[in-house]
Design a protein. Structure first.
Length: 582
């Protein structure tokens, strides 16, 4: 399943893709030289100091690698059309110090480091320091840890000196990807848990980087999950004063294209540790996920692509809109966009993934001989499906596997969010309760199950034209309640919002007073008042022994400039209790 250059050149000269509206189509460009639709959608502004980029998986045809996407020239061309401003390149320990120096000084050869010139042209450039997979060093990785770290530190210093002198780079990243998911078999009995195994070499890399130049900064993390205890584990293992930026993958539950709770908790934990000034970088986690069920559960995707439906394309557009709006919208007292210094959208393009998994994955069986999963590159993949490690198409991108745009989303990256102000409050005062069974400092507001509370919301249209077909709703985010391309339909100029009336609601909300207007004029303000009740089922404990917490949101769906939009206002994240805290 590869797209050759010849096949790419044979594509139709005019690319046509479904627009988000009613199955109509729009000409998006001419062949490989596409520059976009004649009537380009409006693009948003990248905040000053914000590093914006795409994850763009895939190697060129014929090259080795797990992922195969459209040719690199196609991917770069589309990235060039966006507001992305961040590039990067990699320096590998195995390539630049291929032999064990023994007791002699290390000899480095950085002539193999040849960054793509397109990457170096960007406003911000990150150098990735890859110390994994060095054959000679791996032989004593666990048998002589001090020597391993001493040589790693020496290499990091040399690599950072080279990168700074040759390319002017002062921003570095290291530590691998989602190492919090590494299988315990990979590091035990040498380290008691993943965070010690993770931080041990990073401390060496950071020391070498700082010796190369004190102004160099190191990005660590790339964590799969980032609640307070997860981030706190890094500090327990020695993260303090050994990094300057925290990278996270803030994937959220269904209906949340960026799990802002992870961003908030990551910042809260760093502030608790005295590092409130350390910014967060989303290296993944602002994405097209979760996919609509029509794609997520479509068995066709393992075999190959199919045409995208209009509603699916609208889903991708809403994923971009919701993610960018969340990252750039202040939530007074709850979230400040200044905490986030950048984001990589995951991902630019559809791609065939896992092409080398079958050769590298080692099957793992239970005592009865049943397949329980695979050990792959130090990670455990739990599955009873022997075909899981075969290549399959990942339909995650804003352009498809053939390099064709899905609608015109890619030409409006980052998107323009209609200007508005939307705030909500839960009338109190509210008591405070501890929600973690171990850490006394982890507290949150508390509400009583079954009691009526009053929530207020205020929305102002800051555009010069009206917002029409406004649909309002206050609820919690759960499996049955999701904004995005499959949470509503916009067809033939009519916006319909889905509501599952049969779904059990953990938060019941009833609008008090007159119904809000369907049209909000320029400069107009709408004020809403709700009575809300939190269900007793929320008063229990989660599997981790913590109190359950929930953040109700006031949602607004509307049409502006001929297209549908979604926005929301946050209420406090609360724990539900059965009795008033003492």
């Amino acid at each position: 399943p590869r797209l050759s250059y010849e096949a790419f050149r044979a594509l139709p000269k005019t690319w046509v893709a479904l627009a988000p509206q009613a199955g109509k189509s729009v000409v998006l460009g001419q062949g490989a030289g596409a520059t976009g639709p004649a009537d380009k959608p409006r693009r948003g502004t990248v905040p000053e100091g914000f590093m914006l980029s795409f994850v763009a998986p895939g190697v060129d045809p014929g090259e080795p690698g797990d992922d195969q996407g459209p040719p690199g020239a196609v991917r770069r061309r589309f990235i060039r059309l966006t507001g992305c401003n961040t590039g990067g390149f990699t320096i590998r320990w195995a390539d630049t110090e291929p032999a064990d120096p023994g007791n002699r000084p290390s000899q480095y050869d950085f002539s193999c480091v040849r960054p793509d010139r397109e990457e170096l042209r960007q406003k911000y450039v990150i150098c990735y320091l890859d110390f994994f997979g060095n054959p000679w060093a791996d032989k004593f990785r666990f048998t002589d840890i001090p020597r391993y770290n001493r040589l790693l530190e020496r290499w990091a210093e040399a690599a950072c000196r080279f990168a700074r002198k040759r390319f002017g780079v002062s921003l570095f990243e290291t530590g691998g990807n989602e190492r919090d998911l590494v299988a315990p078999e990979t590091y035990r009995p040498h380290f008691p848990d993943w965070h010690f195994y993770y931080m041990d070499p990073i401390k060496a890399v950071h020391a070498g980087m700082k010796r190369a130049h004190p102004d160099n900064r190191l990005i660590i993390g790339n964590l799969c999950y980032s609640d307070r205890n997860h981030v706190g584990a890094l500090y327990v293992a020695g993260a303090k004063e050994n990094f300057e930026i925290l990278a996270i993958h803030a994937y959220g539950p269904r209906g949340v294209h960026v799990d802002m709770e992870q961003v908030v908790e990551a910042h809260e934990e760093m502030a608790f540790r005295g590092d409130a000034d350390i910014p967060i970088l989303l290296t993944e986690g602002w994405a097209a996920f979760p996919l609509p069920e029509s794609i997520d559960r479509d068995p066709v995707w393992r075999r190959g692509p199919r045409p995208y439906k209009p509603q699916e394309i609208e889903h991708y557009r809403q994923a971009v809109l919701d993610g960018w709006r969340n990252l750039t919208t202040p939530r007074p007292g709850m979230y400040d966009p200044k905490w986030v210094c950048g984001a990589r959208f995951f991902v630019l393009n559809d791609h065939w993934g896992g092409r080398g998994w079958a050769e590298r994955a080692k099957p793992q069986y239970d005592d009865h001989g049943n397949l329980r999963g695979f050990l792959l590159d130090g990670y455990f993949i739990g599955t009873s499906d022997p075909d899981y490690i075969k290549p399959f198409l990942r339909p995650w991108g804003l352009i498809d596997i053939a390099g064709r745009p899905k609608g015109d989303i890619i030409y409006a990256f980052p998107p323009y969010i209609p200007r508005h102000r939307f705030v909500a409050a839960l009338e109190g005062p509210l008591d405070t309760v501890r929600y973690d069974p171990v850490r006394e400092e982890l507290t949150c507001p508390a509400v009583l199950a079954g009691r009526k509370y009053v929530a207020t919301a205020e929305f102002t249209n800051l555009e010069s034209t009206p917002f029409t077909q406004c649909h309002w709703r206050l609820s919690e985010k759960n499996q049955a309640d999701f904004p995005g391309g499959y949470g509503f339909v916009y067809e033939d100029g009519v916006l319909d919002v889905f509501t599952d009336e049969k779904a059990d609601r953990a938060v019941e909300a009833r609008l008090s007073g007159p119904s809000p207007p369907r049209t909000i004029g320029p400069g107009e303000t709408v004020r809403l008042r709700y009575e809300i009740v939190f269900d007793e089922e929320l008063a229990g404990l989660g599997e981790d022994g913590r109190r359950k917490r929930i953040r109700p949101l006031c949602d607004l769906y509307f049409v502006w400039d001929g297209r549908p939009y979604h926005t929301d206002a946050w209420l406090p994240r609360v724990a539900v209790v059965k009795e008033k805290p003492q």
